[in-house]
Design a protein around this ligand. Structure first.
Ligand SMILES: Cc1cc2nc3c(=O)[nH]c(=O)nc-3n(C[C@H](O)[C@H](O)[C@H](O)COP(=O)(O)OP(=O)(O)OC[C@H]3O[C@@H](n4cnc5c(N)ncnc54)[C@H](O)[C@@H]3O)c2cc1C
Length: 395
């Protein structure tokens, strides 16, 4: 049986690893010059492979999340052991983010490509598949050079639209329409957020840890606590990126709030009032809590002078305004987003085998499915395990 895999990212590579255990004729097609081109750019070059806290409820979907049983079964411990059997060793940070011991994303991509070559998987690089047809009992892949290649089974693992500068493209999804599959709109997710910068003009380059809320017409639609960085166009960092998918769904007046109160210890409030006589300036108690630029920006927003002698009424006023609220202007585009939402509707996909219910013999894996997770290794985890499931399911 001939197996064709479209896309040589983490999902396609792991699908090929599994498929090659049972089938001798497995071919990967990728439009890049080496396998795992996006993988090689992940984790700021370090490759955040998975997360020890992966659970079904870590994941979101544009519509309904249908693949909880797969995530439950193929959890962190499963993947960790799978990596070790391949010879890929990892460590994790205190907050559970898992990296290869090499700390190198490019090493990881090269390592996986070498294993696939050793297992006899055929690798066709710099080839774009532009159509998938089905005639009689076979699939026909049409390449951009006009070649027609025959396969018995296909795994589509062509990824999403994020990072078109690495040749990411979802054009091939249009060829699923003639099988009856329905597509969802694709939006940038895990993306930096563009804001009005009304209340945060002084803060370019400032990093902090805060609670983040997104409002749609004054109603909270998402919250997160995490690290962020202010920029000249808005806000970046995992804390806002994890909420960015909500921005394209919100239909009303969208606002973002960066709030320091939930991350401030209760003792801070008590001590600052108790030690009032020892405090020289309004800014003094806040110096232990916040970056100086943040203190000044908060004070300006409240018409207060942080250099003024300490008074408990000014302190209380500043204390009750320890947040910024900005209008949301959108997210940065696919060139700056780590993933894209949407892709193929789950309705017509078997949620155990990842096989098409409309065209048996066609399987799906990775970001083209309607699944996405937060920053921290969750998206690569999904790519790896869905590749394994698709590769194992072929019959
Ligand atoms: C900068 C950046 C950093 C990231 N960091 C992390 C991280 O640290 N941890 C994490 O969990 N996630 C991270 N992600 C997300 C993660 O990279 C993706 O979720 C993951 O790569 C998806 O895997 P995939 O195999 O489904 O798709 P991809 O990795 O996109 O692979 C699909 C491949 O198919 C090719 N292709 C597409 N269409 C065709 C076609 N028609 N013909 C031939 N080939 C085609 C593409 O060029 C690509 O090489 C990051 C993403 C980016 C952009």
């Amino acid at each position: 049986m001939k197996i064709g895999i479209i896309g040589g990212g983490p999902a396609g590579m792991f699908a090929a690893l599994e498929a090659s255990k049972r089938f001798s004729n497995v071919t990967i097609f990728d439009n890049n010059g080496f396998l795992g081109r996006k993988l090689a750019a992940t984790g700021a070059g370090r490759c955040n492979l998975t997360n020890i806290n992966v659970k079904p409820n870590s994941y979101r979907s544009y519509e309904n999340f249908e693949f909880g049983d797969i995530v439950q079964k193929y959890d962190y411990f499963f993947l960790q052991q799978y990596f070790e059997e391949l010879g890929l060793f990892t460590y994790h940070t205190d907050d559970g983010w898992v990296y290869p011991l090499s700390n190198s994303a490019i090493n990881t991509a090269t390592f996986l490509e070498e294993i696939l070559i050793k297992r006899g998987v055929l690798i066709n690089l710099n080839i774009e598949v532009i159509d998938i047809l089905h005639e009689k009992t076979q699939f026909i892949l049409v390449s951009s050079s006009g070649k027609r290649l025959l396969f018995d089974r296909i795994i589509l693992a062509s990824g999403g639209k994020a990072y078109p500068q690495l040749n990411a493209s979802d054009k091939i999804l249009n060829s699923l329409i003639h099988f009856g599959h329905k597509l969802l709109p694709a939006f940038p997710a895990l993306a930096p957020v563009l804001t009005s910068k009304d209340q945060t003009k002084l803060l370019n380059g400032v990093k902090c840890y805060a609670a983040i809320r997104i409002f749609n017409d004054n109603e909270v639609i998402g919250t997160e606590i995490g690290n962020i960085i202010f920029t000249d166009w808005g806000i970046n960092g995992p804390g806002v990126m994890n909420l960015s998918h909500l921005i394209h769904k919100g239909s009303g007046n969208l606002q973002i709030q960066i709030d320091f109160i939930p991350v401030t210890p209760q003792l801070f409030f008590e001590n600052s009032i108790k030690n009032e006589q020892e405090l020289l300036k309004l800014e003094t108690p806040f110096l232990s809590l916040l970056n100086k630029k943040i203190i000044y920006q908060l004070a300006i927003n409240c018409d207060l002078n942080p250099q003024k002698p300490y008074s408990s009424s000014d302190f209380k006023k500043l204390m009750s305004h320890l947040y910024f609220t900005e209008n949301v202007l959108g997210t940065r585009d696919f060139h700056f987003s780590q993933i894209s939402t949407g892709a193929i509707k789950s309705l017509h996909i078997n949620s155990e085998s990842l096989e098409s219910k409309l065209r048996p013999g066609l399987y799906f894996a990775g970001e083209i499915l309607d699944v996405f997770g937060p920053c921290g290794g969750y998206n690569l985890h999904w790519a790896f395990i869905s590749g394994i499931v698709a590769g194992r399911s072929i019959k």
